[in-house]
Design a binder for this molecule. Structure first.
Ligand SMILES: Nc1ncnc2c1ncn2[C@@H]1O[C@H](COP(=O)(O)OP(=O)(O)OP(=O)(O)O)[C@@H](O)[C@H]1O
Length: 128
């Protein structure tokens, strides 16, 4: 009985992960900003790994930006569904969600500069 329940939960979790992955793929295909953020994050992580800089803050900053971009995409879809015509509240919702992504991106840029610049500087200095 117990193992049946666990197997069922695992199957349900796997199914939910499939839906989540479909959402990520949709955002990647339809949102140019999401594609830019994905590859900027990959680049930042590769540079951090090559410079032996701490990976955790860079990964966390990337996850925050990508996660908020997905929430922004979801909110845009819901607003377009609920309010296809222009409406001041639809504007507030979309602008606020876009603002959240902007703030997270600015924070990620600061994290990237603080974590990556010192080892990059030392590496460049090593060549001089
Ligand atoms: N239904 C609406 N009512 C009022 N203003 C809207 C509405 N839809 C969009 N806007 C305004 O236009 C801006 C751009 O909206 P849009 O849906 O094109 O998103 P976007 O920022 O271009 O995102 P993306 O390019 O990722 O789809 C919004 O931030 C908002 O200010």
């Amino acid at each position: 009985m117990r193992s049946d329940g666990s197997a069922l939960n695992l199957r349900r979790w796997w199914r939910s992960a499939g839906f989540a992955w479909a959402g990520i793929r949709h955002a990647y295909r339809s949102q140019a900003n999401f594609r830019i953020e994905v590859w900027a994050g990959v680049l930042a992580l590769v540079v951090a790994a090559l410079l032996r800089a701490p990976l955790a803050p860079v990964a966390l900053a990337c996850a925050l930006v990508l996660g908020l971009e997905l929430v922004n995409t979801a909110l845009e879809a819901v607003v377009d569904l609920a309010s296809p015509e222009l409406h001041p509240l639809a504007k507030v919702a979309k602008d606020a969600a876009a603002g959240a992504v902007l703030i997270a991106s600015a924070g990620a840029l600061v994290v990237g500069l603080v974590v990556l610049l010192p080892p990059l500087w030392a590496w460049v200095g090593g060549w001089g």
